[in-house]
Design a protein around this ligand. Structure first.
Ligand SMILES: *[C@@H]1O[C@H](CO)[C@@H](O)[C@H](O)[C@H]1NC(C)=O
Ligand SMILES: *[C@@H]1O[C@H](CO)[C@@H](O)[C@H](O)[C@H]1NC(C)=O
Ligand SMILES: *[C@@H]1O[C@H](CO)[C@@H](O)[C@H](O)[C@H]1NC(C)=O
Ligand SMILES: *[C@@H]1O[C@H](CO)[C@@H](O)[C@H](O)[C@H]1NC(C)=O
Ligand SMILES: *[C@@H]1O[C@H](CO)[C@@H](O)[C@H](O)[C@H]1NC(C)=O
Length: 367
């Protein structure tokens, strides 16, 4: 019995000692310090998929202020980011399953805190994609969990910041939460440091009648309406970042009509009969390299998008249609400035080319 108690004591000691600082992997130990510059204004957050120096060497460091890592860690990249005075953090996605008990919630938070500590991160970027009913127990639980996570990060990692990624609008055109995500966006926006409105993927739920249509993933006017919707429910746009998608939606038209009407297959997504989930996502820098000489190009004033249409003879004369917002970035930046939002987001840094990097605003002096 005594032996057993003793070993429990050892376990406790070992767990405490694991909180002891990780070893700094940077050449300059100062690069392991958290960045403490202002985060409230003029931010550019870049989302990044697993990648290596080949891509990082193309980054314009003076155009970024935060990097959010999607499912990977790279000590070298942390050193590089900090050396350039850029915050870096993990994209911390969670599900309702992580919230099924307070024990699970605490485990998730402790895991992410340790991850941030071990990797010298400057905070965490929260995200959830599960549908919940309005004012439901789970909706409340999401709010509480985000608030608790924020409190714990601020406590344990002084100076760290917590971000939350929200959909393009609090409501879809049917007045319900986008993608069934009936979260309490006002309460969430008040508890985190910054909320990121993902102003792309605006057609994940489409309510076209009678047939499904290809359409714009980041319509300028839907974006304007969505900002108004957030403002109307009481979200402070000064603490909101507008993230844009740097990809092109490729649709296969099952029927093709005059005026560039491309009918697409129907797809049920969370209560909608049509969805852009049927589209192929082509990164902007890949699309740019495609030879489009024989494609028909038309400007869609209604969404502020370019529509490219072409007959693909390699697949039995099928028509394909592409919707892009490549010229829209300046108008979106103007919207961000007019509404005194905290900045812009890039979904994903992996999708940029030199021309698009050039369009992003400069954020700091060259290091
Ligand atoms: C933010 O950027 C704008 C436009 O580039 C600039 O005028 C302003 O001074 C900046 N604000 C801060 C707080 O740096
Ligand atoms: C970096 O990643 C690319 C794929 O994105 C790969 O082709 C290349 O070999 C990698 N380079 C190194 C040095 O690992
Ligand atoms: C989110 O989490 C799941 C499981 O933890 C993981 O498989 C997935 O790739 C994550 N990332 C994103 C961007 O959803
Ligand atoms: C749900 O909560 C919102 C505030 O978050 C409130 O405006 C609304 O009236 C509530 N709806 C119901 C059905 O209780
Ligand atoms: C989806 O299609 C079904 C069958 O055509 C129809 O009854 C239903 O109202 C449609 N739902 C929406 C949200 O449009």
């Amino acid at each position: 019995m005594q032996k057993l108690l003793f070993s429990i004591g050892i376990i406790a000691v070992c767990c405490l000692s694991s909180i002891v600082d990780a070893k700094c992997p940077c050449n300059d130990p100062n690069d392991c310090n958290r960045i403490t510059t202002d985060w409230k204004t003029n931010q550019t957050i870049g989302y990044l998929l697993e990648s290596n120096e080949t891509i990082w060497s193309t980054f314009k460091w003076n155009k970024l202020t935060i990097i959010s890592l999607i499912d990977f860690h790279q000590p070298k990249l942390m050193c590089l980011a900090h050396h350039n005075k850029i915050r870096i953090m993990a994209f911390g996605n969670f599900t309702l399953n992580d919230l099924s008990s307070s024990d699970k919630m605490n485990k998730w938070i402790e895991y992410r805190l340790k991850e941030a500590q071990d990797n010298f991160y400057d905070g965490i970027n929260l995200f959830i994609d599960d549908p919940v009913e309005p004012n439901s127990t789970f909706s409340q639980r999401i709010t509480d969990f985000i608030s608790l996570t924020t409190k714990r990060f601020h406590q344990e990692l002084p100076g760290s910041i917590v971000l939350f990624n929200a959909p393009f609008s609090p409501k879809n055109e049917k007045g319900k939460g986008v993608d069934g995500k009936n979260y309490d966006y006002v309460a969430i926006s008040k508890s985190v440091d910054l909320m990121v409105a993902m102003e792309f993927d605006q057609r994940s739920q489409s309510f076209d009648e009678p047939k499904c249509l290809a359409g714009a993933p980041e319509s300028l006017y839907i974006t304007i309406g969505s900002l108004m919707a957030y403002k109307n429910i009481g979200v402070n746009l000064n603490r909101m970042i507008m993230a844009l998608g740097f990809y092109v939606d490729e649709y296969l038209c099952v029927e093709y009509h005059q005026n560039y009407r491309c009918i697409i297959e129907s797809y049920n997504y969370r209560g909608a009969n049509c969805s852009s989930k049927v589209a192929n996502r082509i990164p902007w820098n890949v699309f740019e390299k495609i030879d489009r000489q024989c494609w028909r190009e038309v400007w869609d004033e209604h969404s502020n998008h370019d529509i490219y249409t072409f007959l693909d003879n390699s697949i039995y004369g099928q028509v394909k249609q592409y919707w892009t917002d490549n010229l829209g970035i300046f108008k979106k930046i103007r919207l961000i400035n007019e509404n005194q939002m905290s900045g812009i987001g890039v979904w994903m840094l992996n999708y940029l080319d030199d021309k698009t990097w050039f369009q992003l605003p400069q954020r700091q002096q060259q290091a």
